[in-house]
Every structure is written in C-alpha cells, then in structure tokens.
Design a binder for this molecule. Sequence first.
Ligand code: XMP
Length: 326
Amino acid sequence: MDCNKRPENMARITTVELANEFIEQQIKLIKEQVGDRKVLLALSGGVDSSVVAALLIKAIGKQLYCVHVNHGLMRKGESEQVIEIFKNGLDANLIYVDATDRFLGLLENVSEPEKKRKIIGNEFIKVFEEEARKLKGIEFLAQGTIYPDIIESDGVKAHHNVGGLPEDLKFELVEPVKLLYKDEVRVVGYALGLPKGMVDRQPFPGPGLGVRCLGAITRDRLHALREADAILREEFDKNGLATKVWQYFIAVPNMKSVGVKNDKRYEGWPAIIRAVNTVDAMTATIEEIPYSVLHKITERITHEVDGINRVLLDLTPKPIGTIEWE
Ligand code: XMP
C-alpha cells in the first residue's frame, strides 16, 4: 500500500470526536515508530508544524526537540506566542534561536526579491542545521507535511525550509498529518487544545515580512511594517473580517512621500493594504472592506506608526498581481 495515498474510505475529519479518534491512532503509530528515540522539529508557529508539535508532545513528551528560529521577519508577537504556548503551556523541549541579526545582516542592501528569498531560505537551513548538530542522538525529523503538499509536489513540502539539510544529517521522517487536508488539521489542532489564534492563523510565507518590506530591508522600515501589520490584524479581528478574508497584510515599499505632521513637513513611507480571498492561492479576488474600517485603519497607522505617512489599498486581483508584492 502506498502510504502517501489517502485511502478512498478515509472519513473527512470534521468533528472533535473524529479528531480525537485520529489523535489516539496517531499517538499509537508515533510511539511504535519512535520508541524511546529522539525527534527534531522545526516549529515555525504555523498551523501545520504547531499541530504536529502538539501531537508529538502528547505521544512522546520530552523526546521531542522543537527548534524555533526567529529570523527577525516574524509578525508582531509570533515568536512570543510560540514560546508561551509550547514552552510555558505544554512544557516542551523548545530551543529558541533569535537569529535576527544574522538574517538582517545578510539581507542588508539586497534588493532583488529572489535573492532575498534565497538568502532567507539558505540561512534558515544553516541555523537549523547548527542546532541539529548540537543535539546529540536525534534519529527522526518531524514535519508538518499535509496532503496538498504531497499532491502538489513530489512529496517534499515545496516551501518547507528544512527540505535542504545536508546529506550527512539523515533523519527518518515523522509526518503524522500528511494525509490530512488543511481544514482537518485545524479540527485536530482544536481537539489538541491549541488556541484559536494559532489554529486559525492565515497563511504566512516562509520568508515572512522579508517579502513585504520591499527592496533592501532596513530595520526602521521593517519595524514600521510590523507595527502597521499588527494594527491591520487587530482591526480586521475587531470588525469580523479576520474570518472572512483569506489573507491580509501590509507591504511597505522603499519610497517616501511628503506629508505634514504636527505642522511640520513629514516624509514617510506608504503602508499598502492587501486583502484577498482565494481557494488555492492560484487566483485571488479582492474583498470589499467597508470604508469606515479603512478610515479607522488609516487613522491608526498614520498616527501610531513612526515613519508611515500614508495608507493605500491594493485593488489588484491575481492575476495580474501576485498575492505577495515580491
Ligand atoms: P503569490 O505571491 O505567489 O502567493 O501569489 C501565493 C501564496 O503563497 C504564499 N507565498 C509563499 N509561501 N514561501 C512560502 O512559504 C514563499 O516564498 C512564498 N511566496 C508566496 C503567499 O503568502 C500566498 O499565500
């Protein structure tokens, strides 16, 4: 039997009962596969890796070693949430690596989008590899591969950052949610007791805010982007848009315009709102945002975020615009 093929008769996991059944089954399988050996997991804080972490903690506890790499391009509060939930809440073996300076150092003066992506991806593997080498006796690598990753690629999570570990770091894979669709992973996440903010998280690209801080990244502009993005998310949440819009974020280009603040000339960057709906991210439509919400967001961002003096709305569907700006 092809273990990468979802059986025809496998019921869609839509209820807590079905999720619990799945969890019990997986705990048994994980214990059988791993025994008393050690497992490593790159925990980004995204839905898939978080659910895999919670599942493994339930099955094998401290035999799981989670590594969370903060590349300095996370959204506001994300790394803190990973530490709070997994280290403080679930008592996980969590290794937190703040690699902000490494990433931002390498990205300095790099403006070409694909180059930026490559630097971020390669450095991520390097940091993860360093941590993997420090830990002795790891035999397994857990991954949050889900069924669409298998269908759409050759079985390797296409954008999965640990896909490129060197040959001598060979681990057997543990992929407990590889036959599940995203909606099922979320139901399992709820059943495992993960908080709503983590289970319902919108997709976030591996290179993070790096592809939204357009052109060569600077710390001040990255900071402005992170703060503006946090305000957008807060207002979407408050106004019931967080559950209606598939992906929404701010992009900040490296250009300034003239404005006025406190009766003085104030040059600042524009914050561009992108809010799209899609089924598979191949095409996307523009969600209509009430003007009252847009006004509120504009007022908050321009008053609360240093360096931003305008707020713009991107009305471009995909195609022709990609969802991300870079
Ligand atoms: P685009 O911009 O291609 O994005 O319309 C489609 C979806 O993919 C996400 N995306 C990425 N995810 N690494 C990722 O893990 C990347 O380099 C990357 N680029 C885009 C994007 O956020 C959207 O959901």
